[in-house]
Write a protein that binds this ligand. Structure first.
Ligand code: TXA
Ligand code: MG
Length: 343
């Protein structure tokens, strides 16, 4: 057992938290760091022993590669090799979406250890918009490899408390930067050059940057992998983001047939009596993703928090109301389907 400390940082006073995190990272340790999407468990991306500790703390299988985070856009070339034909589009995408929740999969530099990419010749890279994450990368002077700071397959943490529940006793430090502002993980795309045509973006994971946001820069295609396929693409495992309590997702509300004596909770979009599943059953507990108006951005940022609340409520099952699959709704439904899938 490692004793896990939490150090709190604010936008005004980040200094001591940043120095403490950097000292540990520089000595080959792992640290949980807030990003705008979810908390990450970071290690020096150039240090394979440190990266191995990330896999161990998360119990993450070695075939699931990590995202590398850079402190400055100009550090991109320490991590990836961008072929000349793709320079223009990479420049445009990073100018528009970085720092922010867009991860690019590109050919890796030989200096990136194989453990980071699970042996793939490509690496996933992004620049986080969170001031703490960027400050820590910059002061360390190295890119940071960081997956979400949860045990493998479980709900991603959007607060320091959630990280403590997932990894307390396994890691030395959590930097508490408050709640994450996006709440779901970054959008991931692989980019390919096509002669005489717009570049092709393969959407490997839906996230805050939507298909519509990306379309002006290239042709966006969904990854071909299906639940159950080998994880060649991210977000790929059918069962992921999963609470311990079974999560049920139905195509039509009438498909929900409650079993006698069982306690069901509802994750509702708006918690409105006249809309959705609220009136469908005597729910033991109802939590709304976006109370009142129903805003997808609010729903996304509350999703993992609400999943965790429901998971801790002693229910027999959690029913989730579907949200419309437009914009951020695509990322929300992706997470709900994987939380509901059983393999
Ligand atoms: O928002 C985020 O992306 C957060 C924060 C911490 O940055 N990170 C995150 O990491 O969600 P993680 O490990 O939970 O998810 C990263 C995904 C994995 O599903 C992995 O398979 C995929 O990225 N990935 C990493 N490298 C890849 C590569 N070279 N090719 C395809 N997929 C890759
Ligand atoms: Mg994850």
């Amino acid at each position: 057992m490692t004793e896990t400390r939490t150090v709190t940082a604010t936008d005004e006073d980040m200094k001591s938290a940043v120095s403490e995190a950097v000292a540990l990272l520089a000595s080959g340790e792992v640290v949980a760091i807030p990003s705008e999407t979810v908390y990450g468990l970071g290690a020096d991306a150039f240090n394979p022993e440190a990266v191995a500790k990330v896999f161990a703390a998360k119990e993450r299988p070695s075939f699931d590669p990590l995202i590398v985070h850079i402190g400055r856009k100009s550090d991109l070339h320490e991590v990836v090799e961008v072929e000349p034909a793709l320079r223009d589009v990479v420049e445009k995408l990073t100018a528009k979406f970085w720092p922010g929740p867009l991860t690019l999969v590109l050919p890796k530099k030989p200096e990136i250890p194989d453990i980071v990419t699970s042996g793939l010749q490509t690496v996933a890279v992004r620049q986080s918009a969170h001031p703490l994450f960027r400050a820590i990368c910059r002061e360390l002077g190295k890119p940071i490899a960081a997956p979400s700071a949860n045990r493998f397959g479980r709900i991603s943490p959007t607060s320091a408390t959630a990280v403590m529940k997932e990894l307390g006793g396994r890691i030395p430090l959590i930097v508490d930067g408050g709640a994450c502002s996006e709440g779901v993980e970054s959008t991931i795309i692989a980019i390919e050059h096509r002669e005489g045509k717009k570049p092709l973006f393969t959407l490997l994971r839906a996230g805050p940057v939507s298909k519509e946001d990306l379309q002006p820069y290239g042709k966006v295609e969904k990854a071909k992998s299906r639940p159950g396929d080998a994880p060649t693409a991210p977000g790929q495992l059918a069962s992921h983001y999963a609470p311990r309590t079974p999560l049920l997702l139905f195509d039509r509300p009438e498909d929900f047939i409650p079993e006698e004596g069982k306690k069901y909770g509802l994750i509702s979009y708006r918690d409105d009596e006249d809309d959705g599943y609220v009136g469908l059953h005597e729910w033991e507990k109802v939590e709304a993703l976006s109370p009142g108006n129903g805003k997808l951005a609010e729903a996304a940022l509350r999703l993992f928090f609400v999943m965790r609340l429901m998971d801790e409520a002693g229910l027999d099952a959690i029913v989730a109301e579907p949200v419309s699959e437009t914009g951020l709704g695509v990322a929300i439904m992706d997470r709900l389907r994987r939380a509901a899938a059983k393999i």
